[in-house]
Ligand binder design. Structure first.
Ligand code: PNW
Length: 507
């Protein structure tokens, strides 16, 4: 009797452990990988493509890139797209997120002249994916503005909202019969803060006082124009969805003090609230406390008006609610303090306007990228905050990933640990009721990592950049991700038997 009781206790405990281990991803959850045109395509001036701001910067200011490299050839996906679809099939992906090169489709940026070869390339690529049941997810803009439009001011010229809408319509017209997932912009913060408010991205305008803020307003208006164009003129016949991807890293308070909690909130508003709030909040417009802070700082600094522009009532209404889903790029966590670790920043600037400090405990594992560390519950903290703040819209994680050094071999156990932890955090978020529809790993394959060139590798597949064929080889993380996608749960014990990749039945 006693033995039976003990046995049944053991059985209950095992069952609980199994249930814990076997938490599953929903059958219709989309697992994919992501890339961006400039980072993978190459063929920078082939078949009528126009120059963009990354072509321009890497060619004219080569020393801005750490290893003096360019994206001229990159992973050469322009010529290797069939092999790229093959590796999607090896992984068993449900979806693939990639971006269109604006200047490959419209060489001058304007929609009067469409490049048929550019349209043909993306048609072939999309058709190849669909042949194998892989859902294409298109980002319209992943940082590669046509150079001609930059010469007219780029994202600080309000007319960008018209130019972007015209470009978006060309894309919907040509690909919308087959593509049902549209993302207008990738990471407004990186476009505006790093490209216009700083010099970490092209076009390196470095207008610290106002660059970020002018860009932020014009960018959300551009997004809204492209969203309404789709919603009014294409959705009724094509039936897809249109959203935006914002980089939402988690910013938690360093201590429980009220000052640190407020500091973390200000940081969140300055980093991603500037772009999320106008679209996803009930009131619309820029975030309240951050707006007050920039107004106060601007007045102190002798500006007759706030450096942060406002929206007219009409603009506010046009932007508010203009998205079918919230795309989240999530990588890491920062702990925020009101008084410690204060950033050194130019005055005036976004960082000075925020006026807080950030910290990461030394025990959090570090990647090859200075900003990227592995923090506990990172995705869960970010998604559950957004869920409450914006009334649980549909979410996709459109990027999440880990970098290693180029000289590393194919056994990327630190990346495996990162993905397993991240996907556990995804399951925690689903358990908490977050309306999360899918997850895209960054990245399918190694690529041009912006100012870091080829010195940081994010790929599930290694790319040999010395080899003219740009041979792709699966890393250990590719086998682990494949196993998770296939089984819909995370097996922490799984080890690939051999590193020989094959395509499974059905793909
Ligand atoms: C993303 N941060 O950028 C981009 O969308 C990709 O093009 C890029 O290759 C990838 O992440 C890896 O860097 C980010 O500072 C840049 O937290 C900076 C941050 C996050 C994402």
């Amino acid at each position: 009797m006693k033995l039976l009781f003990v046995l049944s206790l053991v059985a209950v405990a095992c069952h609980a452990a199994n249930a814990e281990e076997r938490r599953s991803f929903p059958a219709d959850f989309l697992f994919g990988c992501a890339t961006a045109a400039y980072q993978v395509e190459g063929a920078w001036d082939e078949d009528g493509k126009g120059e963009n701001i990354w072509d321009h910067m890497t060619h004219n200011r080569p020393t801005t890139i750490k290893d003096l490299s360019t994206g001229d050839i990159a992973a050469d996906s322009y010529h290797n797209y069939k092999r790229d679809v093959e590796i999607m099939r090896e992984l068993g992906l449900d979806a693939y997120r990639f971006s269109l090169s604006w200047s490959r489709i419209l060489p001058t940026g304007f929609a009067n002249e469409v490049n048929p070869k550019g349209i043909e390339y993306y048609n072939n690529f999309i058709d190849e994916m669909l042949k194998y049941g892989i859902t294409p997810m298109i980002t319209l803009y992943h940082w590669d503005l046509p150079q001609k439009l930059q010469e007219l001011g780029g994202f600080v010229n309000p007319l960008i909202a018209n130019w972007f809408e015209d470009y978006a319509r060309v894309a919907y017209e040509n690909f919308g019969d087959r593509v049902k997932h549209w993302i207008t912009f990738n990471e407004p913060r990186e476009i505006c803060y790093e490209g216009y408010g700083g010099d970490r991205k092209a076009p390196m305008v470095n207008s610290t006082a106002v660059g970020t803020y002018l860009c932020a307003k014009n960018l959300v208006l551009s997004h809204a124009n492209a969203y309404h164009a789709y919603n009014n003129d294409f959705k009724p016949t094509q039936g897809g969805q249109c959203g935006i991807t914002i980089s939402v890293n988690w910013f938690g308070p360093l201590t429980d003090s009220e000052e640190d909690q407020f500091a973390a909130e200000i940081r969140r508003q300055g980093e991603w609230g500037l772009y999320a709030e106008p679209i996803f909040s009930a009131e619309g417009g820029f975030p309240k406390e951050f707006t007050e802070r920039v107004a106060a700082k601007s007045a102190e600094q002798g500006f007759p008006r706030s450096r942060l522009p406002t929206f007219t009532d009409e603009e506010r209404a046009w932007v508010r609610g203009a998205s079918d889903f919230f795309g989240v790029n999530h990588y890491t966590t920062f702990l925020v303090s009101a008084t410690e670790h204060l950033d050194v920043a130019p005055v005036p600037s976004v960082i000075d306007d925020e006026g807080v400090g950030v910290y990461r405990p030394p025990e959090w594992p570090v990647s090859q990228s200075s900003w990227l560390v592995r923090a506990p519950n990172s995705i869960y903290n970010a998604l559950t905050d957004l869920q409450k703040r914006y009334n649980n819209p549909a979410f996709y994680i459109t990027e999440n990933g880990w970098s290693i050094a180029p000289e590393r071999d194919l056994i990327d156990d630190d990346r495996v640990a990162y993905y397993r932890a991240a996907l556990e955090s995804v399951l925690d978020s689903l358990d908490a009721g977050v309306n999360l529809k899918g997850y895209m790993a960054w990245s399918l394959l190694d690529n041009f990592e912006w100012l870091e060139g080829y010195t940081e590798r994010f790929g599930l597949y290694n790319v040999d950049f010395e080899d003219p064929a740009r041979t792709r080889t699966a890393r250990k993380s590719a086998y682990v991700y494949k196993h998770i996608i296939k089984n819909r749960y995370i097996d922490h014990e799984y080890e690939p038997e051999t590193l020989t990749m094959t395509i499974d039945e059905g793909h």
